[in-house]
Design a protein around this ligand. Structure first.
Ligand code: CMX
Length: 138
């Protein structure tokens, strides 16, 4: 298993405009706002220091995983994303270590190929593995 770095920390919020204004005030940096229909969320992305991001996630609709999270658990830490070079290999390696996978293979996300590990296998934390796309977001 080779983790290159923490790519981002995802925080579920009810009102992106309000929360983005709060984080802008707290961090002193402006976010990049992007729609991610593949994940059914709108994101405000704050790049910190060497490039780790704090991503605020607002659901696009009631079917979004983030909408369900907000309903059952309220606002707060939603997931941690770890950067890897080869997502399919790393998912397979995790499965071999007994981790329950949400995704058996990497699938296309806005910033690259992504795959999730189930929070019930990782001490209650939803973990995303991300193989970044060359050139970044699309
Ligand atoms: N962090 C920690 N625990 C979580 C969680 C999260 N983000 N989301 C759900 N859970 C917990 C629930 O509270 C519940 O626990 P209890 O049974 O103790 O109440 C349990 O997981 C439910 O598990 P489930 O029935 O298997 O699954 P759900 O239908 O609730 O869906 C999950 C949960 C993680 C499988 C689903 O949200 C998922 O597939 N997520 C991956 C994709 C995603 O989250 N996309 C959002 C945006 C990502 C991005 O922008 O990068």
């Amino acid at each position: 298993m080779k983790i290159n770095k923490v790519n981002h920390i995802g925080i579920a919020v009810k009102d992106l405009k309000e929360s983005a204004a709060l984080f802008e005030r707290l961090l002193g940096i402006k976010p990049h706002v992007e729609e991610a229909p593949c994940q059914q969320v709108t994101e405000a992305v704050f790049k910190i220091g060497e490039g780790v991001e704090i991503d605020l996630l607002e659901p696009m609709g009631p079917e979004s995983a983030v909408a369900k999270f907000l309903e059952s658990r309220g606002e707060g830490l939603h997931h941690i994303a770890l950067e890897v070079d080869d997502i399919d290999n790393e998912l397979k390696a995790m499965e071999g270590k007994g981790v329950r996978l949400i995704d058996k293979e990497g699938r296309e996300g806005v910033a690259g190929k992504i795959g999730f590990l189930h929070p019930k296998s990782v001490n209650g934390v939803l973990v995303e593995l991300l193989q970044p796309r060359e050139g970044g977001w699309h």
